[in-house]
Design a protein around this ligand. Structure first.
Ligand SMILES: Nc1nc2c(ncn2[C@@H]2O[C@H](COP(=O)(O)OP(=O)(O)O)[C@@H](O)[C@H]2O)c(=O)[nH]1
Ligand SMILES: [Mg+2]
Length: 365
């Protein structure tokens, strides 16, 4: 499946939200060819107004994207109408985020939860296809005729109820057991923070030399976990899923199931974007703290990493730093891109991890 996308935004949406939508598409692995904005209320049939729909049709014809992604969640009728009209795969922001979660889901619970959400979105859509087929309408996409589509529909419904039962079992079991740690016998570090804060850039910088051990890939780890050294202390560092603004309510369960891996970490590197304007910085910072509280990560296991110092002009730096200081004793200022402050970060991580080892050893004696 190709990854070239055209984004479509309808409604009076702030520019910063449109920018974040674009970053999200990029985080999902899409190359954004164009963003089309229509400043009016969504149309019930096509999401876009008819005039703008013509423009999108032309863009689709000219650029030949693999997918058109809409900012708002589409209802089944809009989905079906848009795909039939544009003759290209259509998806909405909800589906995009779900794809991003899917790549990161480590646990069986997270995988099942995401599949269930996918089915919840897909079932009404297939139902709409069947309804149209019964009316004798020509429908493209779901090939194989009416019977095949109905069989697929029944399969999805059965699968969804199977997953609901499995999730219940998993959650009952977990209630009686302590969460199993993903354990490689090494300290675990999780990188987290908002989308585009610079987590992956930092992850790559910290692990650049350590993709291989003894000439072989570090086999027991998944794609997002690697070995890193902090002044001689060896640790597993994981590039976890980021926090996302305006998370669609339908995705909240999937988000928490996926983010649960952060709970396993001995240390959470909380990457914050210093280049955001203060109100934005404040909003993201406090929202992140709320999520840490919700999932049960204590502040003493979090190290704020204030990134993109190269993009700040110093004007509101003091305000940002004092906000961080209200909650945390310790923080580091870096530029993951330019490599500024990385030694300070390694030292700070070393001190934290050395402290943890001391406590573990001390408690055994
Ligand atoms: N100027 C600057 N850009 C950065 C820095 N760190 C990351 N970026 C850029 O910010 C964007 C998002 O970075 P990424 O690591 O993908 O963020 P993630 O979504 O948190 O993983 C990319 O274009 C990076 O090149 C930094 O320290 N300074
Ligand atoms: Mg990333």
């Amino acid at each position: 499946m190709g990854n070239r996308a055209v984004l479509v935004v309808v409604g009076d949406i702030e520019d910063s939200k449109i920018r974040e939508f674009r970053l999200l598409a990029e985080a999902g692995g899409y190359e954004v060819l164009d963003t089309i904005v229509q400043r009016r209320d969504p149309d019930p049939r096509y999401y876009l107004g008819l005039g703008k729909l013509g423009e999108v049709e032309r863009v689709v014809r000219d650029y030949g994207p693999d997918v058109v992604i809409t900012y708002h969640q589409l209802n089944p009728i809009q989905y079906v109408n848009l795909e039939r009209r544009l003759r290209v795969r259509v998806m909405d922001r909800v589906w995009l985020i779900l794809e991003i979660f899917e790549k990161r889901a480590g646990s069986r619970e997270a995988k099942l939860q995401i599949e269930l959400t996918r089915l919840r979105l897909e079932i009404p859509r297939v139902r709409e296809f069947i309804r149209l087929a019964k009316l004798g309408e020509q429908i493209g996409f779901y090939g194989g005729g009416e019977y095949a589509v109905e069989a697929y529909y029944r399969h999805m419904v059965r699968r969804a109820s199977y997953i609901r039962r499995e999730l219940e079992k998993i959650r009952e079991r977990r209630a009686s057991l302590v969460m199993r740690r993903k354990d490689y016998g090494l300290p675990q570090i999780a990188l987290t923070g908002y989308t585009s804060a610079g987590k992956t850039t930092l992850f790559n910088r910290l692990t650049r030399e350590n993709k291989y051990v003894d000439g072989k890939p570090f086999a027991t780890l998944d794609t997002y976990s690697r070995l890193a050294y902090f002044n001689g202390i060896k640790a597993i560092i994981t590039d976890t899923i980021g926090f996302i603004d305006d998370l669609p309510p339908l995705l909240i369960e999937s988000f928490y199931a996926t983010i649960a891996e952060v709970l396993n970490a001995d240390l959470v590197l909380f990457v914050v974007d210093l280049s955001d304007e203060y109100p934005e910085f404040h909003r993201k910072f406090t929202t992140s703290l709320r999520i840490f509280t919700d999932i049960g990560v204590p502040t003493n296991r979090i190290l704020p990493v204030l990134n993109k110092v190269d993009l700040t002009n110093g004007a509101d730096m003091d305000d940002k730093i004092s906000l961080v200081k209200q909650v945390f004793n310790d923080y580091v200022v870096i530029s993951a891109k330019l490599g500024v402050g990385i030694d300070d970060l390694r030292n700070a991580v070393f001190r934290r991890l050395a402290g943890i080892e001391f406590i573990v050893r001390g408690s055994k004696e």
